[in-house]
Ligand binder design. Structure first.
Ligand code: SF4
Length: 379
């Protein structure tokens, strides 16, 4: 029996669902444990996706539930909302992610060495959640670089350079090895005052090495990690070392469609008209229907497409205490007809401008809204 467990979190969003499909099809030898952390405030489409996915995977997606909360008769969000005395979560005070996503996940995983698979795509610039627990290692199969940022920092630490070059010399000699030496030799500082610069240099070195060879890079990193306490060090071999794929947004939609699991209905564009002008809106993310990461146009989408949920979201606000989902604006103010009109017109203008610049399609822009947001909830 393997000493390590392989876990995959299903958020209810498109990317984690597609990752489960992709890994099952491409690496049937893995025994994945799937999990879902339910906030109690998801859209129905999320539950439909999970049901469809269970059918495709032929496996159960474990719903992580806390017995204490379950016995309270409340759902997780309401339970914590009460314990935080009505203080709404926000991008600056994200108790919701910490209490409802990360804590149950770390409890579920326990002490066992664990590889956690994250569906960040090859066309995204963000980094996923990295556990502070040493026994949890994140892997990113959709990207050319499957390793997490903490691993890269070790790889490019000058004190490990010689060791890495030793592994590389098993694969390369001559010109190619010179290129590798050249990348490793570029100066780098891990001074915390120059964090952004360090990240930029790491990415440059990484690109340089991946351009020479992805598999050789992976194998060298693997050999290095075998000398550490990372969970992967327990593995004799690791099939993803040979993976050179780079999956982007279009691949994710294709995987969902071709598998029959389907794309969550909230991604479907809905047409609207205001002052004789036409626009389209949709929801860009999974997660709680009242998530504070959503854009104003998405709140209007919620108001017009799921009025009962919007009403429920309103009940959490306390205008006297200035506890509102959107900074400096209550939902009551947001649905003033003049305000709705203004938000829609702004949205039409913005998307029209982007289209005329030939940048991206509306849907791409909407979905981009998830970038920079909560990776534990929306992947
Ligand atoms: S979806 Fe939004 S509100 Fe819900 S837990 Fe995640 S960050 Fe918090």
């Amino acid at each position: 029996m393997s000493k390590i467990q392989h876990v995959l979190g299903i958020s209810g969003g498109k990317d984690s669902a597609a990752l489960a499909i992709y890994l099952k099809d491409k690496y049937p030898q893995f025994n994945f444990t799937y999990y879902f952390t339910d906030t109690g405030k998801e859209l129905d489409e999320t539950y439909t996706l999970i049901e469809n996915l269970e059918g495709y995977l032929g496996a159960k997606i474990n719903k992580l539930e806390d017995e204490g909360i379950k016995n309270s008769g409340e759902d997780p969000f309401d339970f914590f909302f009460k314990s935080y005395r009505g203080y709404l979560p926000s991008p600056q005070a994200r108790w919701c992610t910490a209490m409802m996503k990360l804590k149950p996940f770390e409890k579920f995983v326990g002490d066992k060495p664990t590889m956690s698979y994250v569906g960040i795509r090859g066309d995204e610039q963000r980094e996923g959640y990295i556990s502070r627990q040493d026994n949890i290692q994140s892997i990113f199969p959709f990207r050319k670089n499957i390793w997490s940022q903490d691993v890269l920092r070790k790889i490019f630490d000058p004190k490990n350079q010689e060791q890495l070059l030793g592994y590389y010399s098993d694969f390369y000699s001559g010109n190619k090895l010179d290129k590798i030496v050249n990348e490793f030799s570029k100066p780098i500082s891990f001074n915390l005052n120059y964090k952004l610069q360090t990240e930029r240099i790491i990415n440059e070195k990484l690109d340089g090495l991946l351009n020479v060879g992805i598999i050789e890079f992976n194998k060298s990193v693997f050999k290095f990690l075998k000398t550490t306490n990372y969970p992967i060090s327990f593995e004799e071999d690791y099939p993803l070392l040979e993976n050179e794929d780079n999956l982007v947004r279009a691949d994710i939609f294709r995987l969902l469609e071709e598998s029959g699991v389907g794309i969550p209905a909230y991604y479907n564009k809905v047409a609207y008209e205001v002052d004789g002008q036409k626009g389209e809106y949709a929801r860009s993310r999974s997660g709680c229907y009242f998530c504070f990461f959503q854009q104003k146009i998405e709140w209007i989408w919620l108001y017009e497409q799921h009025p009962e949920l919007f009403k429920k979201a309103m009940t959490y606000e306390n205008e006297d205490e200035l506890f509102t989902w959107i900074q400096n604006e209550s939902l009551k103010e947001l649905i003033n007809p003049e305000r709705i009109k203004q938000i829609k017109l702004d949205h039409i203008k913005r998307t029209g401008k982007e289209k005329s610049q030939g940048s991206k399609l509306l849907m791409d822009k909407l979905i981009d809204a998830e970038d920079g947001a909560c990776t534990a909830c929306f992947i």
